[in-house]
Design a protein around this ligand. Structure first.
Ligand code: SPV
Ligand code: MG
Length: 431
């Protein structure tokens, strides 16, 4: 009896999957791999049911003899363990980032005479509807809101990318890469005050009001499913902050980060080049506590951002504040620095982790960009935010295009580096 292996990453079984099982059954006894949560969030969508439930679901399919957990996107381990004669998969993996996986599987099977079987992908109205329903579920406030906390427990480091519009939201939502045998994607979105203001041609001084900031969130939420961390600047007056918390929670935002500054807030990357005033520990703690008291769910996170290193108040001040903010109820600590060298960030993280094993640490490595996510995670960091890179890359290329069209009095010279008309009109999925 031959052995046939197929790997599933779905939360719902539809006729496409049953067709794969049927094709597999024709060739031998069928073993199904259930992609683990850890791999699934890098590879596909966030699961709407637990790993255990997925295993149970696959076990219940007629014709499935065994279900195993596949804990890597690449098949090396399962192929060594099972030595299947056939690996069956929908033919959609012949293109896109999954193509590298298919190629690798084929080469592993070749070593002992195994074979890849590509089954034509089933894509009809019913399947499309199931896909859409799953996506819509992930986008709903009650599901989206809790996802940041879930991610912190599921992955060594939550990767967050800036979004300030529907389009940038789509880029964060949909970009998946294959690199050195691994698939990867961002976990969440950061609605940056800098980029939200910049997109509106305004300075980052809490000038863009909350109603407008919420409008940005809504634009992003309409076309995405990933969780959102909102840059709440100083949080404003405590009396106003409580309303902001309620509104964000209701919308399905997962977290707000507020920074311990007061008065006219300037962007942190100015450092001490402009006048910026740090809030007193007590008053900032009161704001955190008021926010925590106002929130209605256990999902929402209020993260306190410490500006002591930015404002050159020293490490001791940063620690004192971290302790006090956690004591006041903060669900996480963001420590910021504008030094190129990550040393002071790492010193903070190591010391903080020695004292506090579980409060999540957030960093924004804009200046200290030499350090990798993995290295940061090794120092206890849980969330890494790429706060402004999409805005900075788009601005440069738009400015170059405008300059060149003015220079050449036509658009021919720039056309080659532009997205094609076909790509832009098909970029957005229609319902
Ligand atoms: C933002 O993105 O608006 C931030 C992070 O607050 S930083 O610009 O680094 O201060
Ligand atoms: Mg900001």
């Amino acid at each position: 009896m031959k052995t046939v292996y197929t790997c599933f990453c779905t939360d719902v079984i539809h006729e496409g999957h049953l067709n794969i099982i049927r094709e597999a059954q024709k060739r031998g006894r069928v073993i199904v791999g259930a992609l683990s949560d850890r791999v699934l969030i890098r590879y596909n969508k966030f699961p709407t049911v637990s790993q255990e439930e997925r295993v149970r679901l696959y076990r219940g399919i007629e014709g499935v003899e065994e279900v195993v957990i596949q804990d890597e996107a690449m098949y090396d381990d399962v192929i060594t363990l099972i030595r299947p004669d056939y690996v069956v998969h929908g033919d959609n993996w012949k293109s896109g980032p999954e193509a590298a996986i298919r190629e690798h599987v084929e080469s592993l099977l070749k070593e002992y005479g195994g074979e890849v079987v590509d089954v034509p992908y089933t894509y009809n109205e019913k399947v499309r509807k199931i896909d859409m329903q799953l996506r819509e579920k992930l986008a709903m406030p009650e599901y989206r809101r809790k996802r940041l906390r879930q991610l912190i427990g599921m992955t060594p480091v939550v990767k967050v990318m800036e979004a300030h519009s529907g389009l940038t939201g789509l880029i964060v939502e949909k970009t998946v890469v294959e690199h050195e045998g691994r698939l990867d994607q961002f976990d969440a979105m950061w609605v940056s005050s800098l980029c939200d203001s910049t997109a509106k041609g305004k300075p980052d001084i809490e000038l863009v009001d909350m109603t407008s900031r919420f409008r940005t969130i809504d634009d992003i939420m309409e076309v995405t499913t990933k969780p959102i961390i909102f840059d709440g600047d100083t949080g404003g007056l405590a009396e106003h902050f409580v309303y902001t918390v309620r509104s964000l929670e209701r919308m399905g935002v997962s977290s707000i980060i507020i920074e311990d500054k007061k008065g006219l807030k300037r962007n942190s990357l100015f450092g001490t080049e402009v006048e910026q005033t740090q809030a007193g520990i007590e008053e900032f703690c009161e704001k955190i506590a008021a926010g925590k008291k106002a929130q209605l769910t256990d999902d929402f996170m209020i993260i306190a951002r410490i500006e002591s290193l930015i404002l050159e108040k020293g490490m001791e001040d940063a620690f004192e504040r971290a302790r006090a903010y956690v004591g006041a109820g903060a669900d996480g600590i963001m420590i910021h620095s504008r030094k190129k060298d990550p040393a002071e960030i790492l010193t903070f993280c190591d010391r903080f982790r020695a004292e506090d094993k579980k409060t999540p640490i957030v960093v924004v490595p804009t200046s200290f960009n030499v350090i990798t996510e993995e290295e940061l995670a090794a120092h206890g960091v849980n969330i890494v935010i790429y706060a402004n890179q999409l805005t900075r890359s788009a601005f440069l290329s738009m400015q170059q295009t405008a300059t060149d069209i003015l220079k050449y009095h036509r658009a021919k010279e720039v056309d080659e580096r532009l997205m094609s008309i076909k790509d832009i009109i098909t970029l957005i999925d229609e319902l």
